[in-house]
Ligand binder design. Sequence first.
Ligand code: SF4
Length: 102
Amino acid sequence: MIVQIVELDWNIGSELELKAQDIIGSKVPPSRIAENPSYFDCKYCTYKGVCFDGEPVEKNCRSCKYATPVENAEWHCGRWNAIIPKEEIIKGCPEHASINNG
Ligand code: SF4
């Protein structure tokens, strides 16, 4: 195991925290790293089909347009207007609306 000790930089920490909040709260998938599926990193990516070929995303509440993160590390469903029980988040429901369908 390799361990690297770095000097604490509060500014970088704050930037990374904001970046994480953006990713968690986003209603759309992140941008591609390339616009061509033959780009080296894309060729070997497990999610190439989702990015370029319209394959469906895994069905769960985290990939649903109706889900929004709320306080206490919980998720709210806009379709059912309720906090989603933790054990249901990984399953989704029949009303799942994929984040990669426009
Ligand atoms: S409960 Fe259903 S509609 Fe609500 S966020 Fe989850 S999958 Fe989407």
